[in-house]
Design a protein around this ligand. Sequence first.
Ligand code: PFF
Length: 452
Amino acid sequence: MDTKKSVHGEWSSRTAFILAATGSAVGLGNIWKFPYITGENGGGAFVIVYLLCVALVGIPVMMAETMFGRRSRENPINTMQILTKEAAADEHWHYLGWMGVIAGMLILSYYSVIAGWACAYVVKSFTGSFFDINATGAKSLFVNFIASPGELMFWHTFFMFATLLIVARGISKGFEQSIRFLIPSLFVMLILLVGYAMSTDSYFKGLHFLFNFDFSKLTGNSVLIALGQAFFSLGIGMGAVMVYGAYLPKNVSILETTAIIAVADTVVALLAGIAIFPIVFSSGLPLDSGPGLIFESLPIAFGNMPGGWLFGTLFFIMLVFAALSSSIALIEPAVSWLVENKNMARNQACFYAGAATWVLGFGSVFSFNIGSDVTLFGKTFYDLLDYLTANLMLPIGGFCIAIFAGWMMLQKHSEQELAMGNPLHYQAWRVLIRYIAPAAIFFVFLHVVGVL
Ligand code: PFF
């Protein structure tokens, strides 16, 4: 398989891959979700568990997923088929590829709705809606906004359209060109916002909340949430990394690039927390206000500080950029499958995969307003999808990837593909992928279903 190339082309360089995969990793998960679930799960202790999940489970699984893609150079469904044959493993393993493609579309369907909120908030900030706003005003701005199916639908459509425009242009003209602009601007905006947070009175209170390790607040369920968040934030367990790996040139080190991406992703999540918590504290809103946390608290701060108009607009633009560089990765597994297996042109594949995901997104749009009473297992459509994908499908996908890489794939193949100069590095990865990562995922699940 050494000389095979993907029909979609390749990343032009190692940096292009690092930027694209960092773009996939850094998203709403870091800037919107990480702060609010950290708030809901008591702060520091949750952060520590999260970091452990990234290091012991996230990185080894991410390496395995990249390696699968680069070995086959095809979409995740074909990849799992090819690798299953090569390893002479049970053919059911190829369903892992299907699960990835489906998880990507399920996630994007609601991801695009939340990213749409961020787009709407760019406009709200820019047009001065936050000016002099108080807690009640910010809450009603948000509540009235999500109560309007028409507005949510408009922004969901807008965001899906922007995603598909990039994906339709392909690897070098679409993904690479947009990422080269999105990621550096995102970092600059984040640093500016951290600078602002440092100037507020609540800066140390925010830091204390993030880094104060009070384990009494930690429950078994919060460990599952931390694990799910590690998967969601790194974007692993579902084929996006696999498909990006398929476009990775042969000579690039998977260990090095994965480590850089995981560190960048974690640093952004922590910086987002450092930027956001002081502002949340100064707004006086409760920390556990859930998905609305940043949409309700940040406008109060932006509306009442000097230059808040500019910082607010920058913040929400940053959120949109982060979301966009992830959403393109979420749909690529489905698009590449349609192109490779159904002989479609990229445009056409984007149209079909995009339309299906867009329609599915209506369920999430309505779960914040006219459909908020429709629940299953006590969860709205949006909550259910979020739980199903982040807390179940991604960790289960990660578990299967670890088992396949550690136990099914021939050792000589993983050794050859990972090509880690130092044999000790390979041994360490092998122990993590065979024992530590699957055992950690398994025990967290046992705990949650109440067996432990
Ligand atoms: N990692 C993204 C985030 O943190 O927002 C979400 C994501 C992207 C999940 C790509 C899965 C994925 F394949």
